[in-house]
Ligand binder design. Sequence first.
Ligand SMILES: [Zn+2]
Ligand SMILES: [Zn+2]
Length: 172
Amino acid sequence: MAPRTHDFDLAGLRLTAGEGRRLTLQVPIEPLVLGSEQYAAEPASVPVELSVSRMNGGGYALRIAFSAAVSGPCMRCLQPAAPVVDVEAREVDRPGGGDELDSPYVSDETLDLAGWVRDAFALAIPAKILCREDCAGLCPICAADLNIAGPDHHHEAPPDPRWAKLRELKLE
Ligand SMILES: [Zn+2]
Ligand SMILES: [Zn+2]
């Protein structure tokens, strides 16, 4: 098992201005709660490609890229779901460059890689986590899994209120 990286020491790369480096690091992702359900990254420790460039005039341009499945109950049918999420994010940190160029994940040339990866993963997760894109969900009347029950599953329609009116008329 490769060592897991939480914080990454950018200064340790000893890059000169204009120089760049690309590395792959194992980064743990904590499970997250969406709605009231818990969803875990799969694998829990994800190989993340980190690109670091030392900018002319100081500071760093950073990029991360990784893929991980988000594993938990399907939001329609509650069966296990694990759609794969592709994540790419960029940050720039330039001392004295103002708020826009001050990455919240970098302080004193130390990169909070685990925090950045967790946030980027949370942002990339689809609003609806489904076991498959066309999941049929549950029957709104009896909660049967419609993926199993099939398209023929139906219930007798409730009596039409207009017929009730007719019946009343006949009784008069
Ligand atoms: Zn489903
Ligand atoms: Zn039903």
